[in-house]
Design a binder for this molecule. Structure first.
Ligand code: SAM
Ligand code: SF4
Length: 329
């Protein structure tokens, strides 16, 4: 191993790995997965926890510092806390976060925290139960505020709530979500819909630009002051605060701005492919060398050499948009 940090051809240092632990999910969100017929990965193709740990162990000395477990829905993979504990044992890793739809958090938050998880992002597109079922197309009794509270009580803060805004579906709730920051030290982040799903309600016409979201909140709740946001894991979000609020309001704007210039992340798919850009087809197979007992560094460096300067989502030049559940969001 050279041990040199992972820097791509555009000078971006890679220190953040998003790990998809499963491609499966207990929801079928309109913008993410078809209701039926997802081509699930065969179990034998999915990396074991030991294999995921080995990837992280080898990347630690190359500069990996932050991990996010995602999916699919990571909490439906059995014994997720066992993986968390294994990754916690990698000395270079400073921060382990989880992206979840929150359904299982009331049940799992304490166990995940005890295993060494630092924090969670919870996806919650509505505060109304009938609408949650309409968007997620599964009735699992999800209660976003209870899930966030359970995570906070377990010490998994700062809590971030991610809301994908869809015109005509949940855009009338942005003010209700923003209001949560008055009473809770939570970070509510509105994400511009990326029209990659297969539903009629997931098209360019359903994207609500972040400026419009913020304007609606200002009109209802008063001025928004730009702020630094949560201490850890800001990523590509711009934050604001309502007067007197405990939490912040963030916007993530893949459709109206790109963050590619400061991108510090790569993704590991559930079947062991290193993906250097969320959109695009730049993937390098790590599973084969991993299972052959080969060092991964040359394969990782090869992947980085091919990391594109920016994604082609806006111009749609990439051709093959995969659902985010397949690439880890
Ligand atoms: N199941 C977990 C969850 O929902 O948080 C983790 C995986 S999910 C693919 C990660 C994130 O991608 C979620 O916040 C989800 O809302 C977001 N996402 C999925 N499809 C999207 C789309 N078409 N546009 C914008 N965000 C999307
Ligand atoms: Fe599942 Fe998350 Fe995709 Fe919804 S956004 S279908 S919860 S993976």
């Amino acid at each position: 191993m050279s041990g040199a940090p992972l820097v791509d051809q555009f000078g971006r240092t890679i220190e953040y790995l998003r790990i998809s632990v499963t491609d499966r999910c207990n929801f079928r969100c309109q913008y993410c997965m078809p209701l039926e017929g997802m081509p699930w990965l065969p179990k034998a193709d999915i990396l074991s926890y030991e294999e995921i740990h080995e990837v992280v162990r080898q990347l630690g000395p190359l500069g990996l510092r932050r991990i996010r477990l995602t999916g699919g829905e990571p909490t439906i993979r059995p014994q997720l806390s066992r993986l968390v504990a294994m990754l916690r044992g990698v000395p270079e890793v400073e921060d382990i976060a989880l992206s979840t739809n929150g359904v299982k958090l009331p049940q799992l938050a304490a166990e995940l925290a005890a295993a060494g998880l630092d924090r969670v992002n919870i996806s919650a597109d509505s505060l109304r139960s009938e609408r949650i079922v309409q968007i997620a197309r599964r009735d699992l009794g999800f209660e976003p505020v209870a899930a966030a509270q359970a995570a906070e009580d377990a010490g998994l803060g700062p809590i971030k709530l991610n809301v994908v805004v869809m015109r005509g579906t949940n855009d009338d709730e942005v003010v209700d979500f923003a209001r949560l920051t008055l009473a809770h030290a939570w970070h509510v982040r509105f994400i511009e819909l990326m029209p990659v799903g297969q539903m009629e309600s997931v098209t360019d016409a359903h994207v609500v630009p972040s400026e419009e979201i913020l304007a609606r909140i200002r009109a209802a709740l008063g001025p928004l002051v730009p702020t630094a946001g949560p201490a850890r894991g800001n990523g590509p979000a711009a934050y604001h605060r309502l007067e007197g609020a405990l939490g912040t309001i963030g916007v993530i704007t893949p459709m109206t701005h790109t963050y590619c210039g400061s991108c510090n992340r790569v993704r590991l798919t559930a079947d062991g492919r290193l993906r250097t850009c969320l959109f695009g087809d730049h993937e390098v197979d790590l599973r084969t060398p991993l299972r052959a007992g080969l060092p991964l560094e040359p394969f990782v460096r090869q992947a980085l050499a091919e990391k594109p300067e920016q994604h082609a989502l806006l111009s749609r030049r990439n051709g093959g948009l995969r659902a985010l559940s397949q690439v880890g969001g």
